[in-house]
Design a protein around this ligand. Sequence first.
Ligand SMILES: *Cc1c(COP(=O)(O)O)cnc(C)c1O
Length: 355
Amino acid sequence: MRPARALIDLEALRHNYRLAREVSGARALAVVKADAYGHGAVRCAQALEDEADGFAVACIEEALELRAAGIRKPVLLLEGFFEADELELIQEHEFWTVVHSGWQLEVIERASIGKPLTVWLKMDSGMHRVGLHPAEYRDAYQRLSASGKVAKIVLMSHFARADELGSSSSAEQVAVFEAARAGLVADVSLRNSPAVLGWPQVPSDWVRPGIMLYGATPFEVAHPLAERLQPVMTLESKIISVRELPAGQPVGYGARFVTERPTRVGVVAMGYADGYPRHAPTGTPVAIDGQPSRLIGRVSMDMLTVDLTDLPQAGLGSRVELWGKQVLASEVAMAAGTIPYQIFCNLRRVPLVYG
Ligand SMILES: *Cc1c(COP(=O)(O)O)cnc(C)c1O
């Protein structure tokens, strides 16, 4: 069988979840949207179910998948419902729903609700993507409270720039949020991973860690708490072919790499069809039998090439870590001009192997 696979370390996932709770001192919804950022939502939720306060997903399809797998803990729909008829399933499965827009509020007011809902009422405190305008927030809260359809309301907002530790943007968003919600007595949820790790002073009864659960830093710079994260996914494969080339020889599509010296080139069974970023340039780190090396040449669909010249022990069958505990996904992402979130979400074709 093709040796490409992604090992998923569920103990590391639990460690990272505990870290989110420990450093925030809050309850934590484990964000498992987008198939747990490529790590497999059902298996990840099962691994966390005993200790997690709940889960968060993007949409009801993802929430139903968790319930079908037997997950009983609360599941929050981060974008709420897209259509009014989802409210029936939301009640049946006791999902928690975000309300981010006036039309959703009107749907709830008009709906016949048997079981009162848990609503996370989202304010646009400055990101300007979704959320109620601060000036409309108190009124929306009061309408929901008065509707008789809602048992509990959590006040939430989302940061645009929490990953930028030197930016004043998050503090400004908190100020907008606090001013607009003054006097409303309810739980608060503001913090995603970068805010859990980087903004300890932000109030929160509930945090919403995503990327940090999977062990990747949300920051572009070193951070002491991010050092404590344990990578969950190891993407690995093997060397399936080796060739010795003299200096001056092109390697791969577009001859994007030309040997500068006599070079041993290893071909790895891994390509962009597996989700390895095609834009990763020559020099992107890899580890071969535990030794650091580099990608050379252009990534193709099913294969990529690495430099074995300084690794005389390495050869056919050598294990290659594309990212994991030795080569961080965030380093590969940075080299390829993207972020670890996208690196993980792009994963496909390779089997996920849980341990
Ligand atoms: C995806 C998402 C999160 C998790 O973000 P991370 O940066 O991965 O921690 C939290 N809150 C909301 C509203 C989200 O959409």
